[in-house]
Design a protein around this ligand. Sequence first.
Ligand SMILES: [Zn+2]
Ligand SMILES: [Zn+2]
Length: 100
Amino acid sequence: MVNKIINFEILNESILSVTWSDNHSCYLILEDIRNACPCATCKAAHKGFKKKIKLQNNLSYQLVSVEEVGNYALKFKWEDGHETGIYSYESLLKLCNCEK
Ligand SMILES: [Zn+2]
Ligand SMILES: [Zn+2]
């Protein structure tokens, strides 16, 4: 069964707290989330690089809002106006640091 996000909360300016359907909760680092943006624009920007590029603009890491998309993903809106990245639960689970 696919692990789903059942609850989330913006904890502070750098952390998103999420609770999964298997009842584990974790803190996702906003910087990691933005660096993993799956939208076409960001993917193109990362193309050719193994390491993720650090964005220059600090606003890029400031979260404005988080929205649920269907029952499978979250959409993040950032202070720099970027909001095209739709993150599947699966991709967000990969950013979880607590079990490794
Ligand atoms: Zn976790
Ligand atoms: Zn993007």
